[in-house]
Design a protein around this ligand. Structure first.
Ligand SMILES: [Zn+2]
Length: 373
């Protein structure tokens, strides 16, 4: 495995490519850079052309291996940070922390996948299963152009390892809630609020009543939460508003609770018969529910982590990831990326020591899976 210095040097280049999900050219530029690095290792690579405003996806596959199912490592190269964030938060190392946009979510983990591939490729690969590493361009916006590819590759894989960041002091992810997103548009009737108030039908008033009903679906005991994250509406102080829009994010832990919560939400009907309501959306990522195959992968990872000097604990987390698309078909373990904090913020950083610790775990766990009969 590479030294910490080598990994920081390599990671710096990846972080200094700013790659917001909606900047196709920049995300594709990093994909090309990563492709060149894999080719230098003798890997086969394939770029899947971007569409709908997103960049290219990159699939790197080992030259070794037979026709048995491959081990698949899932990574994304896009970040939530707009271009220009790097100037305010440049890549830098301060003590045991390395800062920079996307360094923790998930360029650190994405780089570990490359380093693990390099280390395995440099050893004896006779008799191993093939290894695939997928770098996608649109994870942070719900994987609209990569979902099919992820599902298809996941289905054909022996095991799936996701290098999303570790959580809460190095924990690994054994379950994630599913995510549903809705845009709800209300259409009422405009009127002058002074002279014709009674003739108006307020879209905002209707939306407000619905929001209270929706938010009441939050049930921490059942791990269900609903957030109305954005509302828009109205045109003037003195006009009864004809239009309003709400943006809703609903999180659910299991397929059964997903079915229940989605049905309840989608059954919403207006209180005011003169206001129309159009609900658009649905399940963006299905729940990654606790399951025996993931537990078995986790049990294999624990002693490997111990050899690398740390204790691995499992956690269920609220965030969705691309592992949500694969666990139902193939054993999947998530949260194998770097340790750190501040995902999606300007103080995002990785704990430098975790590059070798977590890198060692990823490499050895991958190697063990590649050696499975
Ligand atoms: Zn991520």
């Amino acid at each position: 495995m590479r030294t910490t210095e080598e990994m920081l040097d390599g990671l710096r280049v990846w972080v200094e490519h700013e790659t917001p999900s909606h900047d196709a050219a920049r995300v594709s530029a990093l994909a090309r850079h990563v492709e060149g690095q894999f080719r230098a290792l003798g890997a086969h690579t394939r770029r899947i052309a971007g569409r709908d405003g997103h960049g290219d996806h990159l699939l790197a596959a080992s030259a070794w291996g037979d026709d048995r199912a491959p081990v698949l490592i899932l990574c994304h190269l896009d970040t939530v940070h707009p271009v220009g964030t790097l100037a305010a938060n440049p890549f830098r190392v301060e003590g045991d922390r390395a800062f920079g946009p996307g360094v923790y979510d998930m360029k650190g983990g994405a780089y570990l996948a490359y380093a693990a591939f390099a280390a395995i490729a440099a050893g004896d690969t006779a008799g191993l299963r093939p290894l695939q590493v997928l770098y996608t361009a649109d994870e942070e916006v719900g994987s609209p152009t990569s979902r099919e590819l992820i599902t298809e590759l996941g289905r054909a894989a022996h095991a799936v390892l996701v290098v999303e960041p570790a959580r809460d002091g190095g924990r690994i992810v054994t379950a994630r809630r599913g995510v549903a997103r809705y845009v709800v548009r209300f259409t009422g009737r405009p009127a002058h609020s002074g002279s014709r108030h009674a003739e108006g039908r307020s879209a905002i008033k209707e939306m407000a009543r619905q929001i209270l009903d929706w938010e009441a679906m939050t049930d921490y005991n059942r791990d269900v939460s609903l957030n109305v994250g954005i509302v828009e509406g109205g045109t003037a102080f003195n006009t009864v508003p004809a239009h309003a829009t709400a943006y809703v994010d609903l999180r659910v832990p299991t397929p059964a609770l997903a079915a229940e919560a989605l049905a309840r939400f989608e059954a919403s009907r207006p209180y005011d018969p003169d206001v129309a309501m159009a609900i658009e959306g649905g399940l963006n990522r299905p729940p990654f529910a606790p399951n025996a195959a993931t537990d078995a992968l986790f049990a294999r990872a624990v002693p490997i982590a111990r050899r690398h000097g740390f204790t691995l604990a499992g956690i269920a987390t609220g965030g969705g990831s691309d592992g949500n698309f694969t666990w139902a078909d193939t054993p999947t373990l998530d949260g194998l990326g770097v340790d750190g904090d501040g995902a999606h913020t300007t103080w995002e950083h990785v704990r430098v020591g975790s590059l070798t610790e977590r890198g060692g775990l990823l490499k050895d766990l991958t190697a063990a899976l590649l050696a499975d009969a």
